[in-house]
Design a protein around this ligand. Sequence first.
Ligand SMILES: *[C@@H]1O[C@H](CO)[C@@H](O)[C@H](O)[C@H]1NC(C)=O
Ligand SMILES: *[C@@H]1O[C@H](CO)[C@@H](O)[C@H](O)[C@H]1NC(C)=O
Ligand SMILES: *[C@@H]1O[C@H](CO)[C@@H](O)[C@H](O)[C@H]1NC(C)=O
Length: 347
Amino acid sequence: MNMRVFYKSLLFLLGKFSLECITVNVAAWRTADQSTTYRHWFAQNALDGLGSTCTHTDEQSDPWWKLDLMKTYSVNRVTITNRPDCCSDRINGAEIRIGNNSSDLFSNPVCAVVSSIPAGPTYSYSCRGMKGRYVTVNIPGASKILTLCEVGVYVVGNLATGKFTTQSSTYKLWFAEQAIDFSPGFIQPSSSCSSTDIQTNPWWRVDLRYIYRVSSVVITNRLDCCPERINGTEIRIGNSLENNGNNNPICAVISSIPAGVSSTYTCNNMEGRYVNLFLPGDSKYLTLCEVKVYGEGVIKQADLVLFRKLIMIYSFQLQSALAERGISDMNKEMTMMLGEPTHSSEL
Ligand SMILES: *[C@@H]1O[C@H](CO)[C@@H](O)[C@H](O)[C@H]1NC(C)=O
Ligand SMILES: *[C@@H]1O[C@H](CO)[C@@H](O)[C@H](O)[C@H]1NC(C)=O
Ligand SMILES: *[C@@H]1O[C@H](CO)[C@@H](O)[C@H](O)[C@H]1NC(C)=O
């Protein structure tokens, strides 16, 4: 199977993703694991957004479930949804751990111990910013069964890191992504700040890819010249792309930022996927040397769920396109690529 051909056919049909976007996310698709799996109660079932599909280990000593976040995060809290149908007390005594050791999970520090959860509800456990790449749930003892219907991992930090940025126009090589490159560019702003060309109503946007609760936005102004150009820039946060996202609610309006200074704007947990900087007026440049977006967000496999739905919608066209390229069994290839389908309904 030529994966490149396969991706290209997909991309052609979906027309919504970039190659980078899909390949990057492949890594995030296979992040959950458990000590043993009972029938079809897979480890990923705790991440599909559905409280009705659950994970289930065999009866064993010290069963565990593990989520690999793929990098270190500060974990604010972890939520666990217990099974609704029976045996709710099996969860009693489960330990939630956060740390970096993937082989010896029991060496990672404990964030909380579940005393009990009734059948069905979701309980939240505070982890106070504990840092680690792996989140695990384990039940110490002999003859135990671990079942989790949903696990939510809420992380805090700079949500803009590595996300997709865009701007209304680009001045020379002052690309949009240079505003989130961790370099304020005081020495060579052209290679580490973003800037639009001179225009009416310039804007810059970062797509956080999930809906987050944004607590604050930090903006670093340029050092080399013209700090007053940033005066009047609006910070907007929301889920709409109407008017390129510039109609979303306002968190703050920047009155001014001195040259080379980073100013923090509090957004009181405004919810949104898009963070825009919008500068209304004629003959304006919008230049940003660093933008950081702090807040709390849940880590999910939502991408995979959305991807599957798109595949289902486009499956007919996809099948024809693949057949032309000599690939006949789409379902088999999809299963090889993505694992067993999860069950979800709405788009
Ligand atoms: C995991 O690694 C990160 C980065 O190296 C570190 O900051 C954090 O303290 C580590 N976590 C634990 C539990 O050791
Ligand atoms: C994980 O724990 C094992 C056993 O305690 C230890 O030998 C190993 O060095 C640890 N690995 C990391 C990456 O900390
Ligand atoms: C920008 O704000 C600064 C500080 O308040 C002020 O001194 C300056 O006159 C403003 N410039 C413009 C063009 O609005």
